[in-house]
Write a protein that binds this ligand. Structure first.
Ligand SMILES: NC(=O)c1ccc[n+]([C@@H]2O[C@H](COP(=O)([O-])OP(=O)(O)OC[C@H]3O[C@@H](n4cnc5c(N)ncnc54)[C@H](OP(=O)(O)O)[C@@H]3O)[C@@H](O)[C@H]2O)c1
Length: 257
C-alpha cells in the first residue's frame, strides 16, 4: 500500500507517526507534501518518508489524505483534478469541509471520505469518525477504512454526526487534560510528588477507559462498584455534583457545536 498525505502539521504528523508505528506502510511507501514553513522537511529528517513537492508525484498512491487547513482543501482538489490519471480515493480530515463541496470538484462518483481523527492517532489509540458518500464503491470504502483503522478506532457515521463525534473525541482530550491537572494539584496538596501524581492519574484513566471497553458496562454500574454505601467515594461524587461536574462537560460540548 502507498499513502499520500498533504500537510504535516499537528494532525498530519500525528497520522504519519501512527501509520509508521502500525507498519501499515514503510517510510518508502509514504508520500508527504507540506506547505512553505518547512515543517514537513523537518519531520522527514526524523521519519525518512518520501518528501514530495509536486502533486503529480502522488500519482501512484493508493489513498490520499488531505490534512491542511480547511480553506486549502477545495483549491488542492482543484489542482489534483488536473493531475492526469490521478484516481486514488481521497479523505479530507478538515473540519467543516463537506462531502458535497468535495464532490462538486471531483464529481459525484469520485471515491471520497470526510474523516475526523483525534491526535491520539499518533500512538494508534485514536478515534476517527468517517462519513462516505452513498456512491462510493466497496473497494474504495475498504481502502479508506483500513487507512484509518491502523490509527485506532473508526466510527462510520452519517455526515451530520461526524462533527459531534469529533468534538467529543477530539476536544475531549483537552478536557481530560484539565481534569488530570486538577487531580494532580489535589494529589500534590495532599503530599504526593507531582511526577508520581501523573503516573497514578494517567494509569487510572487508561484503566477506567479500558474497564468500560472490556466489560461494556454502563458507566453508572462502574461508578456504583466503587461507591460503597456510606463510604468515601460517594462523598467525592456528591461534591462533584454540587459543583456541576456533569453539567460543565455537557456545556463544554454545547459551546463547541
Ligand atoms: N489538530 C486536531 O486535533 C484536528 C482534529 C481533527 C481535524 N483536524 C483538521 O486537520 C487539518 C489540519 O489541522 P492541523 O491542526 O494539523 O493544522 P496545522 O498544524 O496548521 O497543519 C496544516 C499543515 O498544512 C500544510 N500545508 C499548507 N499548505 C499546503 C499545501 N499547499 N500542500 C500541502 N500542505 C500544506 C502546512 O504546512 P506549512 O506549515 O509548511 O505551511 C501545515 O503543516 C485541519 O483542516 C483541521 O480541521 C485537526
Amino acid at each position: 500500500m502507498k499513502i499520500g498525505i498533504l500537510g504535516a502539521g499537528q494532525m498530519g504528523s500525528a497520522m504519519i507517526r501512527g501509520w509508521l508505528n502500525a507498519d501499515l506502510v514503510t517510510p518508502q511507501q509514504l508520500f508527504v507534501k507540506g506547505g512553505h514553513s518547512g515543517s514537513a522537511e523537518k519531520l522527514q529528517q526524523a521519519l525518512h518518508f518520501q518528501l514530495v513537492t509536486e502533486l503529480t508525484e502522488l500519482k501512484t498512491v493508493d489513498v490520499l489524505v488531505i490534512a491542511t487547513l480547511p480553506k486549502l482543501v477545495v483549491p488542492l482538489l482543484q489542482e489534483l483534478k488536473k493531475v492526469p490519471a490521478f484516481s486514488a480515493p481521497i479523505a479530507s480530515v478538515a473540519a467543516g469541509v463537506s462531502l458535497h463541496a468535495m464532490q462538486t470538484i471531483m464529481g459525484e462518483r469520485y471515491p471520497l471520505a470526510s474523516a475526523l481523527p483525534n491526535t491520539p492517532v499518533a500512538i494508534n489509540e485514536g478515534v476517527t469518525a468517517i462519513a462516505f458518500p452513498e456512491t462510493i464503491s466497496l473497494e474504495a470504502k475498504k481502502t479508506l477504512q483500513q487507512t484509518f483503522e491502523a490509527l485506532g478506532k473508526v466510527i462510520i457515521a452519517p455526515e451530520e454526526q461526524i462533527a459531534a463525534i469529533n468534538t467529543v473525541a477530539g476536544c475531549g482530550p483537552a478536557f481530560v487534560d484539565l481534569m488530570m491537572e486538577a487531580l494532580s494539584d489535589a494529589a500534590v496538596k495532599h503530599g504526593i510528588p507531582r511526577a508520581q501524581s501523573y503516573e497514578i492519574i494517567s494509569q487510572m484513566l487508561i484503566g477506567s477507559g479500558r474497564l468500560q471497553q472490556v466489560t461494556n458496562q454502563h458507566p453508572a454500574e462502574l461508578k456504583e462498584a466503587v461507591t460503597t454505601p456510606g463510604g468515601l467515594t460517594i462523598k467525592g461524587v456528591t461534591a462533584l455534583e454540587e459543583y456541576g461536574f456533569r453539567n460543565a462537560l455537557i456545556k463544554a460540548i454545547d459551546a463547541i457545536l
